[in-house]
Design a protein around this ligand. Structure first.
Ligand code: 2NL
Length: 381
């Protein structure tokens, strides 16, 4: 025992275990001597953490000369006759424990290269591997990426923006009049509890990706060429051709002297790149609040080659896009960023990606694209 200089209390110094000489050979005293030895053995074994330490541990406990376990023979020698049987048993017990602990410690440090450890780690390298099925791009995303690539090859950049928009970016800056039916909650999914805000700040789920184009014009002086792919939302009932969530790619080109024939040439090229060089395009008058003049674009039906079928309702044409020359009223909202309608002009277009995918792959129900049925989707892998 020592005394702590701080508290004056007695404490046991941590000294390495040595085999005590025994004078009292009563069973209780033997029990205690064996207990002390085994707990020293166990705690020393646990602190072994390297091969060198394992070797030292082994030598300290079992070395023929001066090992702790061999020294227990002294107990037997010094024991009185009548205690020899009892002491002999304890000494044998100790021998078995020490040898087992030394071996287990060595095994733990060597990472189990013993026969038993090797056996438990046996791997049959001739078994077939586990084949993990490869995922595949969803047909909608594949169509979206392919379409974006066609425009990137023509020098367009890609712009993205938020799906939760303000009324300003989704409608006002796009020349939708205040009472346009699209602004109605019958047609647009709106965020709850916005009525206390001015109309232009109210939040909604974007109904097209045009807001991205306004945001990009606010930040980039003309000339620009951008495509804006993304998810859009409309309050529509689900049927074979409608889904409340779908994808759109809109495009915008603004420069000096952009004309309607630039628009026609660009979209005609894009449709030929997507559907094959024999596809024809047809432009016919339409209306959008943000373009003037506006047109709808149809391509010759790629299912029947234009002869007339169910998909094209016997007309030979399917409508795939809307487009037009950007309305000067739209440029007014970004005039201070260099978009003076007296100096520049532009065209814009928008297409539904699901419609493109359905046409490309001959799918007649838009819901197939959203149900996630692997038997349908694996055809595109
Ligand atoms: C359609 C029609 C269209 C646009 C989108 C646009 C964007 C700006 C200015 C002018 Cl910032 N126009 N976008 C123009 C015409 C048609 O989409 O049927 N989409 C599925």
């Amino acid at each position: 025992m020592s005394r702590s200089p701080a508290t004056g209390r007695a404490f046991r110094k941590s000294v390495p275990y040595t085999l005590p000489k025994l004078t009292d050979f009563s069973p209780a005293s033997l029990d205690k001597a064996v207990q002390d030895l085994l707990s020293a053995l166990e705690s020393e074994s646990q602190s072994v953490s390297s091969e060198n330490a394992a070797k030292e541990f082994r030598d300290r406990w079992v070395a023929r000369k001066n090992g702790i376990q061999p020294q227990t023979a002294d107990w037997l020698k010094t024991a009185p006759k009548e205690a020899k049987r009892e002491v002999g048993q304890r000494v044998n017990e100790i021998k078995a424990c020490v040898e087992a602990t030394v071996e287990a410690t060595q095994e733990r440090i060597q990472g189990g290269s013993s026969a038993a450890a090797l056996e438990s780690e046996r791997v049959d390298v001739t078994l077939p591997g586990i084949r993990r099925p490869l995922g595949a791009e969803h047909p909608v995303i594949r169509t979206l990426n392919e379409t974006v690539a066609v425009f990137r090859a023509m020098g367009y950049s890609v712009a993205e923006g938020p799906e939760v928009e303000t009324d300003y970016y989704n409608f006002e800056a796009l020349n939708f009049p205040p009472n346009h039916p699209a602004r109605d909650t019958q047609d647009t999914l709106v965020i709850a509890d916005q009525e206390n805000k001015p109309l232009r700040d109210r939040l909604l789920l974007r109904t097209h990706t045009s807001p991205v184009q306004i945001r990009t014009m606010e930040q980039t002086k003309p000339p620009i060429r951008i495509v804006c792919p993304g998810k859009v939302h409309r309050r529509d009932a689900t049927d074979a051709s409608h889904s409340p969530v779908f994808h759109q790619i809109e495009g915008l080109a603004v420069d000096t002297n952009i004309t309607f024939s630039d628009l026609k040439g660009t979209l005609d090229h894009a449709m030929k790149a997507l559907f094959g060089s024999s596809v024809k395009t047809r432009f016919f008058p339409s209306f959008f609040p943000f373009t003037e003049p506006s047109a709808d674009v149809a391509i010759s039906c790629i299912i029947c080659g234009g002869k007339g079928c169910r998909t094209c309702k016997q007309t030979g044409w399917v409508e795939l896009m809307g487009c037009g020359m950007v309305d000067p009223n739209v440029f007014e909202f970004v005039k201070d960023r260099g978009y003076d309608p007296a100096k520049i002009s532009g065209f814009a277009f928008g297409m539904g990606v699901e419609r493109l995918a359905m046409m490309k792959y001959g799918i007649d129900d838009i819901q197939m694209l959203f149900q996630g049925d692997v038997r349908f989707l694996e055809q595109f892998a």
